[in-house]
Design a protein around this ligand. Sequence first.
Ligand SMILES: *[C@@H]1O[C@H](CO)[C@@H](O)[C@H](O)[C@H]1NC(C)=O
Ligand SMILES: *[C@@H]1O[C@H](CO)[C@@H](O)[C@H](O)[C@H]1NC(C)=O
Ligand SMILES: *[C@@H]1O[C@H](CO)[C@@H](O)[C@H](O)[C@H]1NC(C)=O
Ligand SMILES: *[C@@H]1O[C@H](CO)[C@@H](O)[C@H](O)[C@H]1NC(C)=O
Ligand SMILES: *[C@@H]1O[C@H](CO)[C@@H](O)[C@H](O)[C@H]1NC(C)=O
Length: 341
Amino acid sequence: MGPFFRRIYRAVKGWSTSVHSGGIISAAMAYFAWTPVMLSILWFGLVAGLTSTLQQVTDFGINPTNVGMFVYVPTNITATPAVVVAIHDCNGTAQTYLTSTPYAQFADTYGFIVVYPNSTNAGSCWDVRSNATLTHNGGGDSQGIASMVGYAISTYSADPTRVFVTGTASGGTMTNILCAVYPDLWRAASAYSGAAAGCFVNTSSDAGAFCTPDDIIMDGSYWVPLVRAMNPGYTGAYPPISVWYGETNFFNAYLTSYGLQSLEEWAGIFEYDTNEYQALGFNGYQKQIYGPNLQTNFDYDEVDPLPVHGDEDMAWFGIDPSLAPPVLPPPPPPPPVQHFG
Ligand SMILES: *[C@@H]1O[C@H](CO)[C@@H](O)[C@H](O)[C@H]1NC(C)=O
Ligand SMILES: *[C@@H]1O[C@H](CO)[C@@H](O)[C@H](O)[C@H]1NC(C)=O
Ligand SMILES: *[C@@H]1O[C@H](CO)[C@@H](O)[C@H](O)[C@H]1NC(C)=O
Ligand SMILES: *[C@@H]1O[C@H](CO)[C@@H](O)[C@H](O)[C@H]1NC(C)=O
Ligand SMILES: *[C@@H]1O[C@H](CO)[C@@H](O)[C@H](O)[C@H]1NC(C)=O
């Protein structure tokens, strides 16, 4: 998929340099007009073009909630491969996440391993609210996924300093949780349309729930103690994270606040000022860089859950920095966040 994205980026970049001011909007529209064509091409490439297939692994370590482990190991892996843990959304499975995201394709190109955890919970959502999953080695879904990393490192001689985590929606929330509960496992993370780690603490359900009463955006003074309590005694670093979120959720209208709560959470952990950032524009979305460990990507032309921006992840993870898209002037300011309830 790299070449297709690069072609689009070049087209958009060419447009924006030749047509100024209003050019950014039309360039962004051109990008989205292309998207369906591009996706249908990618789909066939993904399914037909892979060098290997998904394999199930059993007995990979402590797995209190019976999370399924599936791996994609390309026929040609590097001597000490990187590992990308890619976590599906509600209603998704390891298999659907393999076919709907580009990570396996990239694994073929760059010789890394993809681990696809598979939820057996109702609706195949992840447990993102129990005390067990929100506690280091607490006996929840997060612990099973952490065990998969240990298995991958020992079985495939993977590089423990290049293990990454990413996921969408419920899997994006689990990505945030894994960064909070097992911070030393990950070199970097990318969370798509997820809620902050601890967003659903003490709630009876995460279905359509707010992170806080009345959906008030809480700052680091709320989130940091919550994160630190998930791994008490841990004093090391937390992984750099790229937070992705869109305009609204497909089943409710307040997911934007999940992105803002995630920003407050990680800015608190990294001690960044949320009012100080570098704003960069890309193809229809705005990236705000708060420091080397935190960036948000607000794609208000897209509805949550966002599609994976695989090229960006490869660049953010350092697997191929050349895949970073060219910078455009920032798009117009986003609409105000809507609060409900
Ligand atoms: C396998 O990987 C090696 C080392 O990266 C590379 O030189 C070779 O071209 C790759 N082969 C295939 C078939 O991708
Ligand atoms: C999952 O699928 C069920 C049944 O099709 C649907 O009612 C529900 O909204 C879906 N949930 C998500 C998060 O997609
Ligand atoms: C993952 O789990 C679901 C049940 O949630 C199951 O239907 C599916 O076959 C499992 N395996 C894969 C590879 O997705
Ligand atoms: C959460 O789980 C941890 C580890 O199992 C336990 O020590 C702690 O007391 C639990 N906290 C609550 C509020 O249940
Ligand atoms: C969750 O509940 C526990 C146990 O009642 C309490 O100690 C903790 O402060 C609560 N956390 C939040 C964020 O409300």
